[in-house]
Design a protein around this ligand. Structure first.
Ligand code: GCO
Ligand code: MG
Length: 403
């Protein structure tokens, strides 16, 4: 059996922080897992180093499901983003090892390809509607079939999704949480204007997406969904915080705009009602934050029974290891919808050389055995950890809102 003889965490900051788990077997086969939890990186790193790694030594790396169950049930304290990101890292690394031993890319172990490639969406943003449309045109010119649109709101600074650096939007950019201001009224006026202008400028062939980023109440979300309907958005994402899954019933009653949610979910229990009652159209749970490939497959199978498709989170805080794992997963499941794709910086790509490629609006994981991603540890060591927080949001009267 391929016995696990060592496991270690690697923390690096080639533009932003990443936590990576590297597992090695007695035969010298190594596997990588991403454990990055934006703004709380070191909590997961300690969870792995101090509590998980000692339990892995001596185990059979082939027993992916058993090790998953051992870490999930065995901790007693279940679920939550820290635990589930740590379990996900182990799970990804073990799939990587199994693929390398088999000499097959992971998607082949998951049942083989269901499609020729994975449709992705890129992020177009700008301070003004015109700037956003200009950015979207560039994506279309580069072959993208789907583009997410976010624009600035007059009277509000630091709006979610709008960056100074067009290519690499990264909101976790300050040593202490940046305070931003939020006005639902102002935002609700601008979003439909953006979509009206975008359809006029870009036509109807390209899929257009939008992220509300948990800012609205269910009834406000119903109204925005209705306002966007004439422009046929591909989806409206995170329209309202999803702790109260039943809240989505209200949104559904008021709009036919497709709904996506779940980038912050850590297990199937966070979306059970949303899926069972068909309150959403796309589930955005992702490999790194929802327990790895093993658990995400269960979520996807459950979603498939209810006509819900996947739309995995793929912001830059998900490392190339997660991106690769997501692509193997996306390629192999029947109910894939779309994959988010924000390009990483050149430094990140240098630290994590990878086999996945982009062509004509589609990503493909490549044919390298395992996940097809490696880590250059010397390069990683050149970029030490740097504390970085996500912003917070306050309403115009100073009270806290969801960021
Ligand atoms: C998205 C997300 C991100 C998150 C980020 C937080 O849809 O891409 O909402 O932009 O804000 O991943 O860490
Ligand atoms: Mg989002």
């Amino acid at each position: 059996m391929p016995k696990i003889i060592s496991a270690k965490t690697i923390v690096t900051c080639p533009g932003r922080n990443f936590v990576t788990l590297k597992i090695e077997t007695g035969d010298g086969v190594t596997g990588l897992g991403d454990a990055t939890l934006n703004g709380r990186e070191l909590a997961v790193e300690s969870y792995l180093r101090d509590h998980v790694v000692p339990c892995l030594i001596g185990r059979d790396a082939h027993q992916i499901e058993d090790i998953w169950q051992y870490l999930y049930r065995g901790a007693y304290w279940r679920r939550g983003p820290v635990t589930m990101s740590a379990i996900a890292a182990v799970d990804m690394a073990l799939w990587d090892i199994k693929g390398k031993i088999a000499g097959l890319p992971v998607y082949q172990l998951l049942g083989g390809a269901c499609r020729t490639g994975v449709m992705v969406y890129g992020h177009a943003n700008g301070e003004t509607i015109d700037d956003t449309i200009a950015a979207a045109r560039e994506y279309v010119a580069n072959g993208y079939k789907a583009v997410r649109l976010q624009t600035g709101v007059p009277g509000m600074s630091d709006v979610y999704g709008v960056s100074k650096d067009k290519l690499f939007y990264e909101p976790a950019d300050s040593d202490l949480p940046k305070e931003t201001v939020w006005s639902t009224d102002k935002y609700m006026r601008v979003a439909p204007e953006l979509f009206a202008a975008a359809r006029k400028a870009l036509g109807w062939e390209v899929h257009l997406l939008h992220d509300v980023h948990h800012r609205l109440t269910p009834i406000e979300a119903g109204r925005l969904g209705k306002d966007l309907e004439p422009y046929r958005p591909f989806w409206m994402e995170d329209a309202t915080p999803a702790e109260n899954q039943a809240g989505f019933r209200l949104i559904r009653q008021h709009t036919t705009t497709p709904l996506a949610v779940g980038e912050i979910f850590s297990s199937i229990w966070d979306c059970k009602q949303l899926i069972e009652e068909q309150l959403i159209d796309y589930i955005r749970a992702t490999v790194v934050h929802a327990g790895g490939i093993t658990h995400l497959r269960k979520i996807a199978s459950f979603a498939d029974l209810h006509g819900v498709r996947t739309g995995c989170h793929g912001a830059t805080d998900l490392s190339p290891v997660t991106m690769a794992a997501a692509l193997h997963f996306d390629l192999s499941i029947p109910n894939f919808g779309i994959q988010e794709y924000m390009r990483h910086t050149a430094d990140t790509d240098a630290v994590f050389p990878h086999a996945y490629t982009f062509e004509g609006g589609m990503l493909h994981p490549g044919e390298a055995p395992g996940l097809g991603v490696e880590i250059d540890e010397d390069a990683a060591a050149r970029f030490p950890y740097k504390r970085a927080y996500l912003p917070v949001a306050r309403r115009l009267d100073g009270s806290m809102h969801d960021w």
